[in-house]
Design a protein around this ligand. Structure first.
Ligand code: SF4
Ligand code: SF4
Length: 431
């Protein structure tokens, strides 16, 4: 049975109400019914039933979905349109194959720590000698590559495997899933996450051999590559005696919570481990919100005006929006300013922004404009990918707004007050 045959019943369960249309960013930019969940599902059904060939136009309609999951959240019938679009991508990857660059990225580079490290090293070299700010060659399809941060050393080489919590780790042990973006591009987010958790009395374990969460491979239809990453991570994390797995990447969190069981639904050997693992996963804002009273007691004051952008993979996939706002508001001196359309997609969607700038760019410009209108000096967001895209958009408009993860602001506030800061940075390796 083909991937599409398996979803025909679900495709028929769409009652064509169109509730998904109002929230779909690719529809809003294109005004094309076929770039909306309802239209895409109709096209997929036509291909599944042999009425339509999987033409180039069909491939484009499927690939212009940002996988923002707004349709899944809006659909009153529980059709899960975003999942069905993913199934169509898996069908296309199997029957037609992916373009060379995408194929290499999601089925060779991301699954391999060595190739990932080499690719990031090459990018770091290019940034040092060639992709300098102001060089027109650094601008590729609306993305200024010179503005993409890259770590001088990966996060997992900066921190020990065991990072002891304050007061003897009185609140137990948690594991940190850093993901590729934090590891290679924004290690400061990982360091802030570990320090905040340590300050709250958690021993933080950073498993050194963790691989990509698998979500990028899954998103481009390379489900087998994704499954192999998932199995590797499950084997690694099952050895740890921890009460929770925390991540500060919205995309990783979405994948770890919801996609591991989806990908392994027919794998009797690994499905129970996936269910157990996914139930232990928390986004950092969600995790810290449960300790907001304790956190309020130990943070210092931070004079800052801050607004917040809701990442799709945090808001729609994980229903987390109140938590980061409340955490920020708990910092004395911090003035929170809500922006208009905070829940609107920023246009990043991984490498989508390079392939479809005509959809991505207007979304980013709209987001940046809403940020600037708040007059805030800082914008926070719980997704490292959104942060890079927003920073890019702000710098292209010459706006001086700092872009940070909420946990970085909490870390700064803690540093203002915590006498044992040096202790929070120490740790020891596992024997
Ligand atoms: S996932 Fe987002 S972009 Fe894709 S169809 Fe649904 S709402 Fe539209
Ligand atoms: S996918 Fe859901 S919201 Fe969209 S038209 Fe079908 S039933 Fe309605």
């Amino acid at each position: 049975m083909s991937v599409l045959d398996r979803i025909v019943d679900q495709l028929y369960s769409c009652n064509k109400c169109g509730f998904c249309q109002a929230t779909c960013p690719s529809y809003q930019e294109s005004k094309s019914e076929f770039m909306n969940a309802r239209g895409r599902l109709r096209l997929i059904l036509a291909v599944a039933e042999g009425e339509l060939q999987a033409t180039h136009e069909f491939v484009e309609m499927i690939n212009t979905c940002l996988q923002c999951r707004a349709c899944g959240a809006a659909c009153p019938s529980g059709v899960g349109p975003d999942r069905l679009i993913l199934a169509a991508r898996e069908y296309l990857a199997r029957t037609k194959g992916l373009p060379f660059v995408k194929k290499m990225a999601v089925s060779r580079v991301l699954p391999s720590c060595t190739l990932m490290g080499l690719s990031v090293g090459a990018f770091r070299w290019a940034k040092t000698f060639f992709l300098r700010p102001g060089n027109p060659l650094s601008k590729v399809r609306g993305v200024d590559l010179s503005r993409i941060p890259v770590a001088s050393r990966p996060f997992n080489k900066r921190v020990p495997e065991v990072n002891p919590g304050a007061e003897g780790g009185k609140n137990g042990r948690v594991a940190f899933f850093h993901g590729c973006f934090v590891n290679h591009f924004q290690p400061e987010i990982g360091e802030a996450t570990v320090r905040v958790l340590q300050s709250l009395g958690y021993d933080v374990i950073v498993p050194k051999n963790q691989h990509c969460c698998g979500l990028p491979s899954m998103s481009y239809g390379e489900a087998e590559a994704a499954r192999s990453l998932v199995r590797h991570n499950l084997e690694l994390f099952k050895e740890l005696d921890v009460s929770a797995v925390v991540t500060s990447c919205a995309t990783c969190g979405s994948g770890l919570k919801h996609d591991y069981t989806y990908l392994l639904q027919e794998d009797e050997e690994y499905l129970p481990a996936a269910e157990k693992f996914s139930a232990q996963v928390f986004d950092i804002s969600e995790f810290l919100f449960r300790r907001i009273e304790d956190l309020s007691e130990i943070v210092g004051s931070l004079e800052a005006t801050v607004t917040y952008h809701d990442p799709c993979h945090l808001l729609r996939s994980q229903a987390i929006s109140e938590e980061p706002r409340k955490l920020l508001e708990a910092v004395p001196g911090l003035e929170f300013r809500e922006m208009r359309e905070a829940d609107h997609c920023c246009g990043a969607a991984g490498i989508f922004q390079i392939f479809y700038p005509e959809i991505s760019k207007p979304l980013t410009e709209r987001k940046v404009s809403n940020i600037i209108k708040t007059g805030a000096e800082t914008v926070a967001s719980g997704c490292p990918g959104c942060m890079v895209r927003i920073n890019n958009g702000l710098s292209l408009q010459g706006a001086e707004v700092e872009v940070v993860h909420p946990v970085q602001l909490l870390d700064r506030a803690l540093a203002r007050a915590t006498a044992y800061l040096p202790d929070r940075l120490t740790g020891k390796r596992l024997a």
